[in-house]
Design a binder for this molecule. Structure first.
Ligand SMILES: [Zn+2]
Length: 347
């Protein structure tokens, strides 16, 4: 399953702060338009692609298109932008970094103020950050920026050695890419059930995107595809994350709410494919769209396929493209393996 780097890197370069995902969703919509059996967008901007949309038995896979970031909350008399957090950012990663402000007239660039005293402040809050867009004063800044505009790091995608890449918000634009490519692979290989993939909005903040989608699709099974922490880098404990490494394959999650039979199926399929997989443990909730889809309608059995990721929620997240490929293959195989008569009750 070769990666379409041109499309993937385009996704990863596009701004999609939670609540402001339309530019990215439009790209996914256009990419899928002539390839899936049906593609639609809802009022929240979720792009939903389907294969066999008339089938009664439905499997819904979700990868979230939104990313964490900042939102302009105020502008000082000196023209500096003040911000609030959108999602689980590390505030200490912002000072000294270049950023993009997504305005109605396009991107405005900024520099986040830093100094010896700011750099020493480990308890820095989002409200302490100041973004310098070059404005002379408040009035000047308001010519370019509105309150409520969103902000991300100004980063690019870079290829590292050994098929690894770095960029911001691989969480979870990788997942949005994976669910779409897996759907197309399932179509090519003749899946029999209704297969649905959504590039969901709002996962990092409200979870509403996956909620709307699952509530409307009413799937029999839901699969979330998201990133997970690896334990193969400094500052991470394997007792917390499980023994997870880059390049060792998709991660299957065990927790009280994840469906054991779906996990067994995923493990059996990986074995059949001769694909390495890794196992992680999570407590009551997974903190992904899986939790949200699970609680829609009369309840939806779900599983979580995770992509190993280093430095989650930092400007330099790192993944291995081999893991991305394997996640696509595994999810496609899952779509194909599902049948309308599959038994989901434990006994
Ligand atoms: Zn995520």
């Amino acid at each position: 399953m070769a990666i379409n780097k041109e499309f993937l890197y385009d996704i990863l370069k596009t701004g999609s702060v939670s609540g402001n995902e339309a530019e990215l969703e439009k790209k996914i919509f256009d990419y899928m338009r002539d390839k899936a059996d049906s593609v639609s967008v809802d009022e929240l901007g979720n792009v939903l692609a389907a294969v066999n949309p008339n089938a009664e038995f439905k499997v819904l896979a979700a990868g979230h298109a939104d990313e964490i970031g900042l939102m302009v909350s105020a502008i000082g008399g000196d023209g500096m932008l003040k911000v609030t957090r959108i999602g689980g950012i590390y505030t200490t990663t912002y000072p000294g970094h270049k950023v993009r402000v997504y305005t109605k007239n396009g991107v405005i660039y900024g520099a986040v103020a830093n100094s010896r005293s700011i750099a020493k402040n480990k308890d820095i809050e989002a409200s302490d950050l100041c973004i310098d867009i070059g404005a002379k004063d408040r009035e000047d800044a308001l010519k370019y920026v509105e309150l409520g505009d969103t902000v991300t790091f100004d980063t690019d995608v870079r290829e590292l050695v050994n098929g690894r890449i770095t960029g911001r918000a691989l969480d979870d634009r990788l997942g949005a890419y994976i669910v779409m490519e897996a759907l197309l692979e399932a179509k090519k290989r003749g899946a029999s059930v209704g297969c649905y993939s959504v590039a969901s909005t709002g996962e990092e903040t409200t979870g509403n995107g996956a909620y709307f989608t699952a509530a409307r699709v009413k799937p029999n099974i839901a699969i979330a595809v998201d990133v997970t922490y690896t334990s193969d880098n400094c500052g991470i404990s394997d007792a917390e994350t499980g023994d997870i490494a880059l390049g060792k394959g998709p991660v299957i999650c065990n927790n009280p709410s994840i469906h054991k039979k779906l996990n067994e199926r995923l493990r059996a399929l990986a074995k059949k494919l001769d694909m390495p997989i890794q196992i992680e443990a999570a407590s009551g909730r997974t903190g992904t769209d899986g939790d949200t889809m699970h609680r829609t309608g009369l309840g939806v059995p779900f599983a979580l396929i995770s992509i190993p990721l280093r430095y989650m929620h930092n400007p330099n997240e790192v993944c291995d493209l081999k893991d991305v490929e394997d996640c696509i293959t595994l999810l496609a195989e899952f779509f194909i393996d599902c049948s309308a008569d599959m038994e989901l009750k434990p006994f």
